[in-house]
Design a protein. Sequence first.
Length: 293
Amino acid sequence: MGKLQSKISFHTTKYRADGSVGQTGPAGASQQHSPAHTDAVTSVAALKPDLCVSGGRDKSVAVSSWRSGAALHRFIGHEREVTKVTSALDSNRVFSASRDKTVMMWELHRTSGPSQHFPGHDLVVTGLAVSPDASQLCTGSRDNTVCKWDTETGECLGRAAISRNLVTHLCWVPGEPYVIQTSEDKTTRVWDSRQLQVAHTFPAKQHIQTCCDVSQDGRYCLSSSSGSAGHGAEATLWDLRQTRGRVCEYKGHFQTTTSCVFLPRGPALAPSIATSSSDSTVKVWDQETAGRG
């Protein structure tokens, strides 16, 4: 009896830390790109369906292609590490914050330098949120303040300070004038950007809130917590319409949950979220049951 032989062709794709992408096996032909950054990447955000923006310890901001992995633009202007990057989806504007206390706006068609500066914080800027039309920007800092800016003129339209409100993250609610903010004071706040006033504060958690995100329909928000040895380190789902308390918690990380995001929902897929942690794991959860995928 002859040996069974598989007729199934295969290939394996490898994603390497040096920025190269290659395939091995019968279909393999390697493709290499230079890294977008020369030091640790500190923040990443979607820019367009095929582009992302990232910031790093090398003080630079890079725009790269999701598909090819190639860096298309590199912006240099900050004097210290870039802490946050963001953009309005399908916009040509990119915003970056830095430990040098400044925020800058970059435009894809302009390579000579930032098109706008937003100076005004006294300490490192740790939160950025841009309105859907990219006309307004909210920034937050470890100086306990949240500021609102006109992106065209660079004018500061408002500044609000709350004691011990060390901002860790900001995100804009789609289609609404509201901004979600997490803080080292263990709370998640909802700001009305029109008057730059707190519209609601969710019940304080037991640990620092590290990150936040808002669902595409604008109904729910997520916050993630610091933690260690299995204590804390959860993500919490809040209902922005019924704000009396938490809806669900996602527990399973052993160290600080560093970020949390709502995942795009396909026609046949249940709503899901993803969390990343200092325990070197990324977990995907069923949004409604808190079951891990």
